[in-house]
Design a binder for this molecule. Structure first.
Ligand SMILES: [Ca+2]
Ligand SMILES: [Ca+2]
Length: 126
């Protein structure tokens, strides 16, 4: 049974080559430990993620990153997402934002539920 190792890391940096407005580079990495049975599974695995903003009532969803398929080749594997969002897209409220990532990881066998793990919050001043 695959299991997450630790919590995902989330980094948000400004793209240094953009001078008009803010463009942020968002990187999320997470590590999974796979059993030998997992590695012997003939099918594919998939992962996806959502970038969220913490609010008191209901958290804002900044973006869903669509699922991608892959096949783990070793027992400990780290995978990453990287994408860009504008400052406007990241700015969901007055003052700074509390951004976090929710990573979904799944064995595509038709019955295993997605496993979900959350990063720590990343305070972003936009
Ligand atoms: Ca908030
Ligand atoms: Ca804001």
């Amino acid at each position: 049974m695959a299991e997450f190792v630790g919590v995902p890391t989330l980094s948000i940096t400004k793209d240094p080559e953009v001078f008009l407005g803010d463009l942020f580079i968002i990187r999320v990495s997470y590590t999974v430990r796979y059993s030998l049975a997992d590695l012997n599974f003939a099918g594919m695995w998939s992962h996806s993620m959502a970038l969220m903003e913490n609010d008191d009532l209901e958290d804002d969803r900044i973006v869903n990153i669509l699922p991608e398929n892959f096949k783990p080749m070793s027992q400990l594997e780290t995978r990453s997402f990287a994408f860009r969002r504008t400052g406007e897209e990241m700015d969901t409220e007055w003052g700074g934002e509390e951004i976090y990532a929710a990573v979904h990881h799944r064995r595509n066998d038709g019955f295993s539920p997605a496993q979900i793990v959350w990063s720590d919050e990343f305070p972003l001043a936009v």
